[in-house]
Ligand binder design. Structure first.
Ligand code: CTP
Length: 407
C-alpha cells in the first residue's frame, strides 16, 4: 500500500491502546498514517506513543497552538488540509458517541470536522459495550452511515471492559488491515467470494529411514501467498502444506502433510468440493521404494537406494477435471515456457505458472519471483520480478476470466 495516505482517528475507548498496533501494521505495509485523536482518546493513550509510532505530529484539537486556522495562510485550515491529503479515513476504535456524531453530521472537534470534509472512503471499527452496540439508536446510526457508503469492520464477541462477555470488542487488527487493503488496493475485491480454493504449498519429504528424508528447498512462500491472496479476495481457502516455517495466513484452513502420498490424499479429498485447485507444492516425483524400519547405520562402502514413482496429483485431478479450474506450477532450468506448455496440455490444466529458479530473484526461498503465466489458448503473460504476494494476486486476476468461462 505504498504511497497511500490514511488518517487514523482514535476515539475515547479502552481499545484506544490497540491503535498503536494498528499504526505499526499499516506503516509496515507502506501506508503513511496521520493520527487524529479526540479529546477523550488522550485519556486512554498518549499522543506521544502514537506520534512516535506514526513518526509525525499527532493532531488532537481544532485550536491547537501551531495549527493554521486562517484560510490562505500556509496550507489552509488544518481539518481541510488533512482531509485533502487523505486516501482513507479510518476510525478505530470508534465510540458510540462518534458514530452518532458522524451519522448526523455534527462537527464539534477536529476528528468529526475532518470526517465531514474528507472525500475519501471512511472505515469505522466500532468498539463499545455490548448493550450500547445493541442499542437501537446506535444500530440505526450505523445503518444510516452504511447507507451513505461508510464501511464498517464489525466488532467481535469476547470479554469487554466491563468484564462481561458480549459483542463490542474492537475487531482484530488483522481484520481491520484486510479491510483497509480491500478499500485501498483495487486487487482486494471480493471477487473470489463463494469460491472454494485448495492450494498446495511447500516441499514434500520422502523418508529413507525413520530420521532421514529426501526433499527440496521449497519454503512454501508462493503457495502461502496464493492462499492469503485468495482468502483476502473472499474465497474459502484450504491450504495443504508440506513442512515449512511459515505462519499460515489468517482465516485459511491449513492441513499439514509430509510425504507426496499424504499430500495426494489430502488434495484429492479436499478438492471434491473445490472450484479451484492450485498446486504450488514442489511434490517429489519419486520416493524410496523401502523405508528402512530403523535408522540406517554407517559402515557400508556403498549404499544404493531404489526409488519408485509418486503419483502425479495434478495429472490425476486433470483426468476428472469437470468444471474445476486447475493451476499448476512448472519449474524448469531449461526451455521453461515450452515445457510448461506441454505440462499444461498433458495434465489438462487451465493455467500454468512457469519459472526458472536459476534467475536472480526467482525460485526457491526468495521473496520475489519472475514468472510467466500461460493459459490453455497459449497466451503467455510475462511478469517482471515482483514480490510473491503481488504475483499471487496477478495469478488470481488471470483466473477470473477462466472462472467465468467454466461457469
Ligand atoms: N505435481 C503434482 N504431483 C507430482 C509432481 C508434480 O501434482 N507428483 C504438480 C506440481 O505441484 C506442479 C506441477 O505438477 O504444479 C508441475 O510439476 P513439475 O515437477 O515441475 O513437473 P513434472 O510434471 O513433475 O515434470 P518433470 O518431470 O518435467 O519434472
Amino acid at each position: 500500500m505504498k504511497d497511500k495516505r490514511a488518517i487514523l482517528g482514535v476515539t475515547g475507548s479502552i481499545a484506544a491502546y490497540k491503535a498503536a498496533e494498528l499504526i505499526r501494521r499499516l506503516m509496515s505495509q507502506g501506508v503513511d498514517v496521520t493520527v487524529v485523536m479526540t479529546e477523550s482518546a488522550v485519556n486512554f493513550i498518549s499522543p506521544l506513543t502514537l506520534g512516535v509510532l506514526s513518526k509525525k505530529r499527532v493532531y488532537c484539537s481544532l485550536f491547537e497552538a501551531g495549527s493554521t486556522a486562517v484560510p490562505g495562510d500556509g496550507d489552509g485550515p488544518e481539518h481541510i488540509s488533512l482531509a485533502e491529503n487523505c486516501d482513507l479515513l479510518i476510525i478505530a476504535p470508534c465510540t458510540a458517541n462518534v458514530v452518532g456524531k458522524l451519522a448526523h453530521g455534527l462537527a464539534d472537534d477536529l476528528l468529526s470536522t475532518v470526517a465531514l470534509a474528507v472525500t475519501s472512503p471512511i472505515l469505522i471499527a466500532p468498539a463499545m459495550n455490548d448493550a450500547m452496540y445493541a442499542n437501537p439508536v446506535v444500530r440505526s446510526n450505523i445503518k444510516l452511515l452504511k447507507g451513505k457508503g461508510v464501511r464498517f469492520v464489525e466488532p467481535e464477541e469476547g470479554e469487554l471492559a466491563s468484564g462481561k462477555l458480549g459483542k463490542g470488542r474492537l475487531a482484530g487488527i488483522e481484520r481491520i488491515v484486510d479491510e483497509v487493503k480491500r478499500i485501498l488496493l483495487p486487487a482486494f475485491r471480493d471477487d473470489f467470494s463463494g469460491k472454494t480454493v485448495v492450494v498446495s504449498a511447500g516441499p514434500t519429504r520422502e523418508y529413507i529411514d525413520q530420521v532421514r528424508f529426501l526433499s527440496n528447498p521449497s519454503t512454501g512462500r508462493m503457495g502461502y501467498a496464493l492462499a492469503g491472496a485468495a482468502r483476502e479476495r473472499g474465497a474459502k481457502v484450504i491450504l495443504i502444506s508440506g513442512p515449512t516455517h511459515l505462519v499460515p495466513p489468517q482465516g485459511v484452513r491449513t492441513i499439514n502433510v509430509e510425504t507426496a502420498l499424504e499430500m495426494r490424499k489430502q488434495v484429492l479429498e479436499n478438492s471434491r468440493k473445490a472450484d479451484i485447485v492450485v498446486m504450488a507444492a514442489a511434490v517429489a516425483n519419486y520416493r524410496p521404494k523401502k523405508k528402512a524400519e530403523t535408522k540406517i547405520k554407517k559402515g557400508k562402502s556403498n549404499l544404493t537406494l531404489e526409488f519408485e514413482e509418486n503419483p502425479d496429483i495434478l495429472a490425476e485431478l486433470g483426468k476428472k477435471k469437470g468444471r474445476k479450474v486447475l493451476v499448476g506450477f512448472s519449474l524448469e532450468t531449461r526451455g521453461h515456457v515450452r515445457r510448461a506448455r506441454e505440462k499444461l496440455r498433458e495434465k489438462n490444466l487451465d493455467l500454468i505458472v512457469a519459472n526458472d529458479p536459476l534467475q536472480d530473484g526467482a525460485g526457491f526461498g526468495v521473496e520475489t519471483n519472475i514468472v510467466q503465466i500461460i493459459d490453455r489458448e497459449g497466451n503467455v503473460k510475462k511478469l517482471p520480478k515482483l514480490p510473491k504476494e503481488e504475483i499471487a494476486h496477478l495469478i488470481l486476476d488471470r483466473l477470473l476470466p477462466v472462472l467465468t468461462k467454466v461457469a
